[in-house]
Design a protein around this ligand. Structure first.
Ligand code: ATP
Ligand code: MG
Length: 353
């Protein structure tokens, strides 16, 4: 079920006449049968967008389509959605089975069939053996699966997940996100997954939508957005450790950072902002881009050099290099920059050049 948002806008009006534009003219297509990650910093309008898609919130303006159908006036219970929130809100006095069956209460389905359906969904999410337990007898990850089963039992057209993993510890979070990916693949259900965790979104999404202050910044496959960010915000938001940012300039057909000549670069002389991914440095014999290493961090197979920032000695930047170089603190290193790991932005607007 393809979801189309047309100029979707939500303005909250608080008592003191103060307006918050939570979602600003969102104009996107969410592809059918895929997992789309809705990503952005806290307060950028992710939940508001999700709740408008679910029907729990009314847009101030704009429209929502499920396939060809304009669902904007359709109440939530008739949209065919399954919704999972951050706090799963299971009914504590009911068993797992009863929790999963609950959404079927108002559906005309005979008891046998409903029980069969509940079992089938429970098996799918891996809690089929826990049907007689109460929520408090389950781990966080198991509770979250019950919530997902409950959202899936009515065979919704669309599955909406709002930060479904944020109550879980790191290990369980990793495991449950793989699980969600598997469930999504097996059911083929169009799924929107909201998170502010870029790594989480990058790892499980077929497509990501990056938002900032209610406005879409970029849509695409995670690796495409990572490799070709539209602007400085997107470049900085994706990637751990984050991209290194430098003040630079184009001068006489060369790209410069301070006195270092980074590479040839056609274009009129101007100041620019340069982003270089930590994995974008290559150690070489000769280069004007050189510095003395301050710290060396080795974690697993990565060696990270921490180097004084050429624009500001009180700051540092990070370069991930091959451990084989055996670099030590105090060593002078010289770099070439891998062109596909570098992005150049307009200094004023932050748009990619
Ligand atoms: N009911 C409301 N009344 C007024 N303002 C609201 C209301 N709900 C949300 N907002 C504001 O709208 C903006 C977007 O909120 P939203 O909850 O959609 O953000 P979010 O991206 O989900 O953030 P988070 O990652 O923290 O969950 C915020 O500035 C928020 O304060
Ligand atoms: Mg939210």
């Amino acid at each position: 079920m393809e979801i189309t948002l047309k100029n979707l806008t939500k303005v909250f009006q608080s008592k003191k006449e103060e307006e918050t534009v939570a979602v600003d003219n969102l104009d996107i297509k969410i592809p059918s049968g895929q997992l789309t990650g809705l990503l952005g910093p806290s307060g950028c309008g992710k939940s508001t967008t999700l709740y408008m898609i679910s029907g729990l919130l009314r847009p101030t303006s704009g429209e929502i389509y499920f396939g060809e159908e304009n669902v904007t006036p359709v109440p939530p219970e008739e949209r065919g959605i399954g919704l999972v929130f951050q706090n799963y809100a299971l009914y504590p006095h009911m068993t797992v089975r009863q929790n999963i069956l609950f959404p079927l209460e108002n559906v005309k389905m005979d008891r046998e069939e409903a029980l069969e359906k509940a079992q089938e969904i429970a098996d799918l999410v891996g809690i089929g053996h826990l049907m007689n337990r109460k929520p408090k007898q389950l781990s966080g990850g198991q509770q979250q699966r019950v919530a997902i089963a409950r959202a899936l039992v009515k065979s919704p057209r669309v599955l909406l997940l709002d930060e479904p993993l944020s109550n879980l510890d790191a290990r369980l979070r990793l495991q449950t996100r793989e699980e969600i990916k598997r469930i999504q693949r097996e059911t083929g259900i169009t799924t929107i997954f909201v998170t502010h965790d870029q790594e989480e979104a990058m790892s499980i999404s077929d497509e990501i939508v990056v938002m900032r202050e209610g406005v879409t910044q970029q849509i695409g496959a995670p690796q495409v957005v990572y490799n070709k960010p539209n602007n400085l915000f997107v470049a900085k938001f994706l990637g751990t450790p984050p991209i290194n940012i430098f003040d630079g300039r184009i001068e006489n057909g060369r790209l410069m950072i301070g006195e270092a000549n980074i590479m040839k670069f056609e274009g009129k002389d101007r100041e620019v902002t340069i982003g270089i991914r930590p994995e974008g440095f290559k150690m070489v014999e000769r280069s004007s881009f050189q510095a003395d290493v301050e710290f060396v961090e080795t974690i697993g197979r990565d060696t990270t050099l921490i180097i004084p920032h050429p624009n500001d000695e009180s700051k540092t930047f990070r370069a991930i290099v091959d451990a084989d170089y055996g670099v030590e603190p105090g060593d002078t290193v010289k770099f070439n920059v891998k062109p596909h790991k570098m992005h150049i932005f307009d200094k004023e607007t932050g748009e990619v050049l």
